[in-house]
Design a binder for this molecule. Structure first.
Ligand code: FAD
Length: 382
């Protein structure tokens, strides 16, 4: 049955993609988006890149719905009642729906206990503006976590000439990209002015206000600013009592359907339950949120999704190097170098997998994503 009204909770990438897709698929009934941020929808990837590096003021481009007749409510959802099909917002209003799409994303995981001051994180526009203002006067920085976000923040510090140390139990980006790329990126980061410190256990934050980190052996490192880039936590508090979420987020199947009929989810709030392409997985990346937003919209209308509920393209910028990746990760072992070389700082690399697919990496090399996708496709044996 085609739903009359669709309620989307979460006004960001997955939510706005889903809302646009509902209209693109011909849905003419009411569509309402409930958002929590006063800024409305904006893109997060620039927050850890250009926004931290560029000195000028940053106002994100407005992401409107030009004539699509979509109602926007700016008050966070606080509760949902699956049997009555309602969502309640902080300002006391109640919204009924025929189909619900959950796109509340994630928030930065904090290492300090609630109430402890001084820990910086980076998830929102407000976080980015605060961090940028602190970078203007900082003489030293510590970043906890050597994943994408941590390495991007460290790169921004180094680009500003601020001595920066990144602390992690793993090598930079090793968990996601594998050892080969991690080694290349670590060498590049060190040459760029980023000190990468691998610890034997988890570091903890020191002081209140936070002024450093304590390493497993008890050594304390101090800095003017300490930024935790320790992952993200799905925003599911408002779903308490619905049984829809666990610590990995809202479980979805390949149609972005949850365990409750008429309720779908997309983006960083989700965890794709086993099966294709493997075990339960969270994939909190931009192109994944777009793919799932589209699938959730189609499924909410009872239509077959046009594509899979994942997209394994992502990009990052570390130590002045743009990296684009398509295909399964981590990439284990030595790649085939299709073009350029790591020494030149520009290379096109591929890793071939037993199922015929490849992981393709443009390392500091300008390449269109469509070209990378084509290279990553399984080679036909016919
Ligand atoms: C700094 C930064 C840099 C990034 N860079 C890259 C990159 O280079 N490449 C890449 O592939 N990915 C990158 N990402 C990841 C990418 O931005 C995310 O995957 C994407 O934003 C996910 O979109 P989403 O809509 O699922 O969630 P979000 O963008 O988290 O949006 C969820 C929205 O829901 C709102 N919300 C939460 N709770 C409620 C509630 N109770 N009621 C109503 N609304 C609520 C939130 O306020 C938020 O606006 C980056 C992320 C960050 C933070």
């Amino acid at each position: 049955m085609t739903p009359r009204s669709v309620l989307v909770v979460g006004e960001s990438l997955a939510g706005t993609t889903a809302a646009r897709e509902l209209r693109a698929l011909g849905h003419t009934g009411p569509v309402t988006i409930i958002g929590a941020e006063r800024h409305g929808a904006y893109s997060r990837p620039p927050l850890s890149k250009a926004v931290l590096k560029d000195p000028g003021p940053y106002d994100p481009p407005v992401q409107g719905f030009d004539g699509l007749d979509i109602d926007i409510v700016r008050s966070p959802a606080t509760a949902a009642d699956m049997s009555r099909r309602t969502v309640t917002t902080a300002d006391g209003r109640e919204f009924r729906y025929d189909a619900l799409i959950i796109t509340t994303g994630a928030e930065a995981r904090r290492l300090a206990a609630p109430g402890r001051r001084g820990e910086l994180v980076l998830r929102t526009l407000d976080d980015a503006r605060l961090l940028r203002s602190r970078l203007q006067t900082a003489a030293s920085a510590l970043v906890v976590g050597a994943g994408f976000l941590g390495m991007e923040v460290a790169s921004a510090c180094a680009a500003r000439g601020i001595p920066v140390t990144v602390v992690d139990v793993d090598r930079p980006l090793e968990r996601v990209l594998g050892g080969y790329l991690s080694a290349a990126i670590t060498a590049r980061a060190e040459a760029y002015g980023i000190r990468c410190l691998r610890t034997s256990g988890f570091a903890t934050l020191a002081g209140d206000p936070v002024h450093g980190v304590t390493l497993p052996g008890g050594t304390e490192l101090t800095a003017d600013l300490v930024v935790s880039c320790a992952g993200e936590t799905p925003c599911t508090d408002w779903l308490a009592g619905t049984g829809l979420a666990d610590q990995l987020g809202v479980g979805i199947d390949s149609d972005c359907a949850t365990a409750v009929p008429g309720v779908f989810a997309a983006g960083d709030v989700t965890c794709l339950r086993g099966g294709d392409p493997g075990p339960d997985r969270r994939a909190p990346f931009w192109s994944n949120a777009v793919a799932q937003g589209k699938v959730a919209a189609a499924s909410a209308l009872g239509l077959p999704p046009a594509g899979p509920p994942y997209d394994d393209y992502f990009w990052t910028e570390v130590a002045g190097l743009a990296l684009k990746v398509v295909g399964p990760l981590p990439a284990i072992g030595e790649p085939t170098t299709v073009d350029g070389s790591l020494d030149e700082g520009r290379a096109l690399l591929t890793w071939k997998h037993p199922d015929g697919r490849s992981t393709v990496v443009a390392y500091g090399m300008r390449k269109r994503v469509t070209a990378l996708r084509a290279l990553a496709e399984p080679v036909s044996t016919q």
